[in-house]
Ligand binder design. Structure first.
Ligand code: ACO
Length: 342
């Protein structure tokens, strides 16, 4: 096992809560539609908070649980698709606040799979003995990317942060992991850069698909389609996730020589309860093994998995030595699954 595990978890959510009924007042939707299609009941939206303030709060809680101070952290990895600045990185700003002066910091971008990519990366530094304690913090304010006039995406997302401190832990370990990506599906979920004054990435992808010969026609298309907001082909993403997640988890179990019955919990990225239902059914695993936080927090991208993990830990639901799966999927397209022992 390597005797390396999660020593502490933490999470933070913005104060403001937006219910489905609140959304129904500003767009053509309903609590009934949102609940039945997604399992989402409400979301937290950052008004006073930022990606970094949420990240710092979650990190401090994880460090407190781990009994670790800033000067004992050797590396900080932040995952986000919504950094407050293009630079400095979220991880550097977290480092300043937790007083871990001098340690390396980097941000990792793998959308909703980010946390699992980062845990996998952290383990490499820990397993080689290069570092003793690594802080992984996933923080997102997707509300800034959402087009609040597009009901097909606006109802799905929320803001929040989750963190873990990894370090020496008897009997714990990362048993098997799989990281994957398929850039061929890049156009299925896209967000341009709000700060770039060049919200044209989406349209460039569309134009590439069309391959027009006339450059003027191409520019006209770019102008027409430019948007600074997130866009998503929900149905295609749904199809990708329900098949890819099942295959990825199966491969992880197979390489560990285990069956799904040998795993106590499947902690999946919280994008839609229907996706989780579908995965459970295809794997023939009872729903009780798939904990959820989607109802209260909606989809907070890379932070859903560590937030849910923190909820479980604080509820006393994680038992020493139990085997659990973490699995994420999202824009890129990316996916990642890991089998760990607590
Ligand atoms: N309220 C009411 N009606 C709505 C809403 C809404 N908020 N949104 C869409 N509709 C309507 C549509 O207009 C459509 O109406 P029509 O039939 O008259 O055209 C109807 O509801 C059905 O729309 P669909 O898109 O077919 O609905 P679907 O059942 O596919 O659910 C959803 C949409 C929830 C987005 C689903 O496709 C999904 O969850 N996809 C996966 C999303 C995901 O997992 N993303 C994760 C990655 S995110 C990341 O990485 C950042």
């Amino acid at each position: 096992f390597g005797n390396i595990g999660i020593l502490g978890t933490g999470s933070a959510l913005p104060e403001m809560v937006l219910s489905n009924d609140d959304l129904a007042e500003i767009m053509d939707t309903s609590d009934e539609w949102i609940q039945t299609r997604t399992g989402i009941g409400q979301r937290h939206i950052a008004t006073k908070e930022t990606t970094v303030t949420l990240a710092v709060k979650a990190a401090k809680r994880a460090m407190e649980m781990a009994g670790i101070t800033g000067d004992e952290i050797d590396l900080i990895i932040a995952t986000t698709v919504t950094p407050d600045y293009r630079f400095p990185s979220v991880s550097c700003l977290v480092q300043r606040e937790i007083r871990a002066a001098g340690v390396p910091c980097f941000d990792l971008s793998a959308a909703c799979s980010g946390f699992i990519y980062a845990v996998s990366t952290a383990y490499k530094f820990l397993q080689t003995g290069m570092y003793r304690h690594v802080l992984v913090v996933s923080a997102e304010t997707l509300s800034r990317l959402v087009d609040w006039s597009d009901r097909s995406t606006a109802v799905l997302f929320g803001d929040g942060a989750g963190a873990v401190v990894l370090g020496p832990k008897q009997g714990s370990g990362l048993l098997v992991e799989e990281l994957g990506a398929d850039g061929a599906g890049a156009q299925l979920i896209v967000s341009s850069d709000l700060n770039s004054r060049d919200g044209r990435y989406l349209s460039r992808m569309k134009v590439e698909e069309m391959e027009p010969d006339d450059p003027r026609q191409m520019l006209a298309e770019i102008e027409k389609n430019a948007t600074p907001y997130m866009t998503m082909d929900g149905r295609e993403v749904y199809k990708f996730t329900t098949t890819t997640v099942v295959q990825s988890i199966r491969r992880v179990l197979e390489s560990a020589g285990l069956e799904s019955a040998d795993v106590s919990k499947f902690i999946l990225h919280q994008a839609n309860s229907r996706i989780i239902d579908a995965v459970a059914k295809r794997m023939k695993v009872p729903m009780e093994k798939f904990p959820m936080s989607i109802h209260d927090n909606a989809n907070t991208s890379s932070s859903t998995v560590p937030i849910l993990l923190d909820n479980l830990v604080r509820a006393g639901a994680m038992q020493s030595g139990e085997r659990f799966i973490l699995s994420g999927f999202g824009a890129g397209l990316t996916w990642a699954s890991a089998l760990l022992s607590w």
